[in-house]
Design a protein around this ligand. Sequence first.
Ligand code: HEC
Length: 133
Amino acid sequence: MRHQQTVFIFSILIISFLVYSIYLYTHLPFNSDSVDEKVLQGKKLWQEKNCNACHQIYGLGGFLGPDLTNVYSQKSPEYIKAFIQYGTVVMPKFSLSQQELSSLLAFLKSVDETGNANPKNIIIHSNGTITTP
Ligand code: HEC
């Protein structure tokens, strides 16, 4: 009798695990193959130029400069280009081609669309995933 109960409880646990796993993997909150080539180039530049040493995106990175997760929608592309091309007293300038600048902007646009620097706006769901409005 005890043995049957143990098997029954384990079966329920395994079935719950499988149902929950299948549910999570079929309801992913993003489409991972939608990243385009230009955005990838911008991401590479972001890494090569080490922007992350001073800036955060998605809440991760250095603290010398401001968080850039939503800079694309908060400021204009011209404003961002000006910072990159001319720098300031504390931010170094970067000599990038027009094509590199536009890839970097495409990357910052995609970060802006997928991230939210203000945690107060984040909606937390019961399955542990979040939605950023
Ligand atoms: C050595 C540290 C450092 C690095 C590296 C750096 N930045 Fe900055 N950045 C800063 C600081 C500090 C500021 C704020 C400057 C100010 O207000 O004078 C800033 C400001 C900016 C701003 C304006 C943000 C706003 O909200 O006003 C943008 C856009 C920006 N940086 C983009 C970049 C990009 C893109 C890179 C990489 C190519 C980069 N930064 C690399 C330090 C850095």
